[in-house]
Design a protein around this ligand. Structure first.
Ligand SMILES: CC(C)(COP(=O)(O)OP(=O)(O)OC[C@H]1O[C@@H](n2cnc3c(N)ncnc32)[C@H](O)[C@@H]1OP(=O)(O)O)[C@@H](O)C(=O)NCCC(=O)NCCS
Length: 168
């Protein structure tokens, strides 16, 4: 039986071309992301990088961006695993608020605790980011997640060096 193990782990510089290709295929911007690779996560399969997502850190706020799953791998839970891992990483780094912008996946994010907010209510530090100020169209909806005091939910650990086997 072929080995179809997937692993979720921190991105490394050599992942950059594959991440760019995934984002371009998904119609998402890549500008400015290279500076945040240290807080990007990837899912690797036998064929290479099959999914990615990243956090841009701004003190106690962060921007979740560049969440994409290769079309052939969608609908298998990878997007949800990535969001849980990114939120876990945010908690571990003391982030209190995570914002994202989306035009196409608004219905995907409330399950993680994100709620829609007016763009003008977004933390000014996040509003100043390249993605917020230049890359995402005005029509994109902003969503906000706020850290509670509760315990981490299962799957919400996103340590950069952690290898998480997803499936055999
Ligand atoms: C959005 C995306 C990351 C989801 O990844 P995925 O691995 O296919 O999703 P999962 O398998 O983890 O989750 C599947 C669930 O999410 C829902 N879902 C998937 N894509 C969705 C979308 N664009 N909008 C709303 N819900 C969506 C599915 O209906 C399914 O719901 P269910 O659990 O109620 O059945 C993926 O479709 C993608 O890469 N899209 C293109 C890029 C994009 O839009 N990124 C988000 C904006 S930053």
């Amino acid at each position: 039986m072929p080995d179809d193990t997937l692993t979720l782990e921190g991105a490394i510089p050599t992942d950059w071309p594959a991440i760019q290709a995934l984002l371009q295929e998904a119609g998402l911007p890549t500008d400015g992301l290279a500076e945040h690779l240290a807080t990007a996560l990837v899912v690797r399969g036998p064929e290479g990088v099959v999914a990615c997502g990243a956090l841009e850190l701004y003190g106690e706020s962060a921007l979740l961006r560049s969440l994409a799953v290769a079309p052939a791998r969608r609908g298998q839970g990878l997007g949800q695993r990535l969001v849980h891992a990114l939120l876990g990483q945010a908690r571990e780094r003391g982030v209190r608020q995570v914002t994202l912008l989306t035009e196409t996946a608004g219905a995907f994010f409330p399950r993680f605790g994100f709620r829609p907010i007016p763009r003008q209510e977004v933390d000014p530090a996040v509003q100043a980011s390249l993605e917020f100020s230049h890359l995402c169209p005005e029509s994109a909806q902003a969503f906000l997640w706020e850290a509670g005091d509760g315990k981490m939910r299962s799957g919400e650990s996103g340590r950069r060096d952690r290898r998480l086997e997803i499936r055999d």
